[in-house]
Ligand binder design. Structure first.
Ligand code: ADP
Length: 249
């Protein structure tokens, strides 16, 4: 199979090349390009309506792109199988299903299990290990309705680990969870990145977490800046993202 987007001989985790997306006549992404290596943590920062969710949907192959290309580990989306995991905002999920934490994480194994086989001992071990990695081993049999916002978010990360995804996309991961949970999430994501997972996390909020990312991509329909957090947030970029009041942040 032909592999594109080599970088230092290794395919990039995500390569977005000159991508534009419109809804009807309204262009929401304009010539967006991004190159993300494996094992890197990237914050996708921009105000509401900047196109962050649209970029995620494009990377996940859920919406058509009007020009440009997207490669995941060097392959077009049609050729990838489970390497990407999407972690939604916990507010956007219906938590009323009578499922346990372990049931939800087992859903991450579905692609490997197939529809006609029962989970094996190995599948159950992977689920337990994934729950342990995110600090939810003791909530294994808890109903998901009983979990806090921060625990629900970690549950989705466990599902991504069970899926054996190499890249995690977290949508607005800081909204709806308290500062302590945000810190805990960042500690966990940092250690996953050290093990080689690639993390792309969107946020509309310029929290003090930005310094904990390797790279920040500032998006407002187009890429305003992409680089180390200390270099990406120039006064000009902040003004483009949030208007003049951002100077005071
Ligand atoms: P963000 O995630 O940064 O808040 P979105 O990607 O959700 O931004 O939205 C970008 C722009 O596209 C917004 O102006 C939004 O109203 C518009 N938009 C998003 N989804 C749709 C859709 N399905 N149809 C039409 N417009 C949409």
């Amino acid at each position: 199979m032909q592999i594109n987007a080599h970088h230092n001989g290794q395919p990039l985790a995500i390569e977005v090349k000159d991508v534009s997306v419109s809804y009807g006549d309204t262009q929401v992404l304009q010539n967006v390009s991004l190159s993300i290596e494996h094992g890197v943590m990237v914050a996708l920062v921009g105000p509401n309506g900047a196109g962050k969710s649209t970029l995620f949907k494009a990377i996940l192959g859920l919406i058509p792109i009007h020009n440009g290309q997207i490669y995941i580990h060097g392959l077009p989306f049609s050729k990838i199988r489970g390497e990407l995991a999407y972690i939604p905002q916990s507010e956007q999920v219906n938590w009323l299903f009578p499922l346990t934490s372990a049931d939800v994480v087992m859903l991450g194994r579905q692609r490997k299990i197939g529809w006609f086989r029962k989970p094996s001992k190995l599948d159950r071990e992977i689920v337990d290990e994934s729950l342990r990695r995110v600090g939810l081993a003791d909530r294994r049999d808890a109903l998901i309705t009983e979990l806090s916002g921060g625990q629900r978010q970690r549950l989705f990360v466990a599902r991504a680990l069970a899926q054996e995804a190499h890249t995690l996309l977290l949508d607005e991961a800081f909204s709806g969870v308290d500062i302590a949970s945000q810190e805990g999430l960042m500690d966990m994501l940092n250690s996953l990145a050290e093990e080689g997972k690639t993390i792309l996390l969107s946020t509309h909020d310029l929290t003090n977490m930005s310094s904990r990312f390797d790279l920040c991509c500032c998006l407002n329909k187009h890429v305003c800046a992409f680089g180390k957090p200390s270099e990406a947030f120039t006064p000009e970029v902040l003004e483009e993202l949030y208007g003049t009041h951002a100077y005071t942040i």
